[in-house]
Design a protein around this ligand. Structure first.
Ligand code: NAX
Ligand code: K
Length: 509
């Protein structure tokens, strides 16, 4: 699903109002209707409930005031409070306050210390958060912070208008504090803040309401960022006359003494996600272990030193084999040493094959990012935050989406920034945010499984743009199946590999 920026939303609203002649209050009424409906659903009541609406002075507040009126008309007891200055109210917010008064309601001033109001709130069925939407641009001030605190500390469901107040729409950063909603009703298109950063944790269940922005306008814009959801992932039916050569050859370079499981898991994941042939190169000392664990994948020993890590000669041995492969995954369990780093860098410089760099494969680029820059062919990096920092990624501003996109553009690579809501960014500045996965996947070995799935999809002929977001989604889906069956604590990456056939089957339907 496409994701719009706050700027794009403002522009869509503006054109609709100024050029298409749709009154802004009409848009607001539709937004309010969706909001009021969601509030009723969250409360489990169509009528007779009690709702508190916290409204800001901007148009997000206007949505809240209008929703309060709609609930009042539907037989609810409501209290709507203005958190902000009356003289700052936008014309549409004022208009909605007048419409509320005409129906016998009132937009009161929010008084944080009013015990009667607090007591009334405690008896509410639902709270509506309409403090700030896409217009939020600075940290919340004290009165707004108190209102957010009230919403977050009462055990009453909160429904947010457009985006939980306090969440920065384009980044998901929290500006001071933010509402933790059970539901968010956004308008026209979702925003990045619903999916990334802490904003993703505040959003609750997200619904997107059509408020009457003309479809041609919505479709006429380019949206560089999208969320990957179930309908976006579809595996084609395999040709009936296919043979194993049609589904590609994956080469995996990994393993070291003490890290023999990583290349094994990557290879098993590659096999389980459909690769035609999988070969694994590991240091000689690790070879008997890896070979004993792998049935379908073919394992061969590479020159290795005393510590069970690759020796310099490994680079040439691998390079001789690579021409018959479609993709090379470098890194799972390689370990860190100067020699390993040199082997990885030699490979990157010499092969024209698409390379996925994971784990210690990424670490080998620390201080040598020029090698990535000079690679004229496809390189996909799959770092977590620490690995990302080692190769110069900057997350200090808290905007993961921007960091990933900037890195991919600057270095001309595909970057898969792993974590909650993994981001996949491309050199043209586009990016995808994943929506599957759970904390049960935060275990050693999980990344090896992702590397294997990604290598497998690339070998099967999917382009990096197709393969990377899809691999991340399928990996998360396997994790979600495990969490549902086994729970987040006990599930393992090996369990995820076992669920891959089911995941691939579901994605093919
Ligand atoms: N006609 C339109 O443009 C529509 C707008 N809609 C709603 O309007 C929202 C956008 O409205 P606005 O642009 O008025 O902005 P908001 O209502 O999101 O924010 C209100 C205003 O508060 C000020 N502000 C920003 N940060 C602040 C802070 N920390 N403390 C105090 N004040 C702060 C800003 O000047 C901003 O304009 C959307 O999120 C959506 O909910 C919807 O009603 C649909 C139609
Ligand atoms: K809001």
């Amino acid at each position: 699903m496409k994701i719009a920026t706050a700027k794009q939303m403002r522009e869509l609203d503006r054109i609709t109002i100024e050029e298409r002649g749709v009154p802004s209050t009409e848009l607001m009424e539709r937004a309010a209707a969706a909001l009021a409906r969601a509030a009723g659903e969250a409360a489990g009541k169509e009528t007779g409930g009690r709702a508190v609406c916290f409204c800001g002075a901007g148009n997000n507040g206007g949505d809240g005031v209008a929703a309060a009126r709609l609930l009042l008309e539907a037989g609810w007891e409501i209290r709507a409070v203005l958190v902000g200055r009356r003289y700052r109210m936008t014309p549409d917010c004022q208009e909605m306050a007048e419409r509320l008064e005409k129906k016998g309601g009132k937009l009161e001033d929010f008084t944080a210390s009013d015990p009667d109001f607090a007591a009334w709130c405690l008896g509410a069925d639902v709270m509506i958060d309409a403090l700030f939407g896409i217009g939020l641009n600075t940290e919340l001030r004290e009165d707004a912070q108190i209102a957010v605190h009230m919403m977050n500390t009462c055990a009453i469901p909160v429904v947010s208008a457009d985006i939980p107040s306090g969440v920065e729409a384009d980044t998901g950063r929290i500006l001071g504090t933010a509402v933790e909603a059970v539901r968010t009703v956004t308008f026209t298109l979702p925003k990045a803040g619903h999916f990334v950063g802490k904003g993703a944790l505040c959003t609750g269940e997200l619904t997107v309401a059509d408020i009457g922005i003309p479809a041609d306008l919505v479709q006429g814009q380019e949206y560089p960022v999208a969320a990957v959801e179930r309908p976006d992932v579809r595996l084609p039916r395999r040709p009936r006359d296919a043979h194993k050569g049609d589904f590609g050859r994956v080469y995996i370079l990994g393993g070291s003494m003490g890290l023999s499981g990583a290349p094994v898991m990557a290879a098993q994941a590659a096999v389980r996600s459909g690769a035609g042939l999988v070969s694994v190169g590991v240091p000689g000392q690790v070879w008997p272990i890896a070979a004993a664990k792998l049935d379908e994948a073919m394992v061969h020993p590479l020159p290795s030193g005393k510590e069970g890590m690759l020796e310099l000669g490994a680079a040439m041995a691998v390079l001789e084999r690579l021409p018959s492969f479609g993709v090379c995954l470098v890194g799972p369990g390689l370990g860190r040493s100067n020699t390993v780093g040199t082997v990885v860098r030699n490979l990157l410089q010499e092969t024209k094959l698409p390379v996925i760099l994971d784990a210690d494969g990424i670490n080998a680029l620390g201080g040598h990012i020029d090698i990535l820059d000079r690679r004229g062919c496809c390189t996909i990096l799959t770092p977590h935050d620490v690995e990302f920092a080692r190769i110069g990624g900057d997350l200090s501003h808290g905007d993961r989406l921007r960091a990933a996109r900037e890195f991919a553009v600057e270095h001309g690579c595909c970057l898969v920034l792993k974590g909650h809501r993994t981001i996949t960014a491309f050199p043209d500045g586009t990016a995808y945010v994943n929506t599957t996965g759970n904390p049960g996947m935060a275990k050693g070995g999980s990344g090896d499984v992702l590397g294997g799935i990604l290598a497998s999809l690339l070998a099967q002929g999917f382009t990096p743009r197709e393969a990377a977001p899809m691999a991340v989604y399928l990996h998360g889906m396997a994790g979600d199946l495990c969490a549902a069956e086994l729970g987040e604590y006990g599930m393992t990456p090996t369990d995820m590999i076992r669920r891959l056939p089911e995941v691939m089957k579901l994605a093919g339907q």
